[in-house]
Design a protein around this ligand. Sequence first.
Ligand code: ZN
Length: 260
Amino acid sequence: MTPSRVRAPSRGAAELAELLRRSERAVALTGAGVSVPSGIPDFRSPGTGLWRKVNPMEVAHIDAFRRDPERFWSFYGDRFATLSDKRPNRAHDALAELERRDILRAVVTQNIDRLHRAAGSRRVVEVHGSIEWSVCLECGARVELERVLTLLHAGQRPPLCDGCERPLKPDVVLFGELLPEHAMAEAQALAAEADLMLCVGSSLEVYPVAALPEITLGRGGKLAIVTQGPTPYDDRAAVRLGGDVAEELADVVNALGEGG
Ligand code: ZN
């Protein structure tokens, strides 16, 4: 063990490690904050990055896609390109490690950036979809990200379905769209079965995902929150950590020790 890793974890990190150790069906729920250390700004915070000059509610709306797919992709194509080269950070790594150690059952995420899978998490429920795929609303064809990026690089905006030449839609939940039923059903079942829900990097304000901790609490499970800024659940959390999510979760894994 190198000296940099023996830094004593905070009392909160040790408490969270103990909660995880005692749990049998822990589930993580992650939001935009978990990807901020990877250089992906939370687009809901005003004035950040790509979303500085546009209103995401307008440009990333299903009506905008239907009305003018070319204009939609002139914006969303940049978002694809920006997200596709980002790497997981220590928060993603820590959650993947907890799953490898059979401490965590699954990660439910609002993020579309694929970084939990890239870090090695196996059971990932992407309730807002993912940039991994784009779909043809006409024939149902699914097209991989690499192919869509190739089409975009070649100047094809919007990228078209090979079969019926209709515009592809990113397989992510746009404003004005419902969340995918199967993913939400799986997330709700995990929340109902969880004896511990570990909420990371989410303000827990966007429904219906924000209702998941309520399900766990209602079934007698516990809540742990690791995020900067307040959430509506802070008073009911067994542990509440407010530091940098990557550092906090790395500390928790250290506190669990080698082999957990
Ligand atoms: Zn098609």
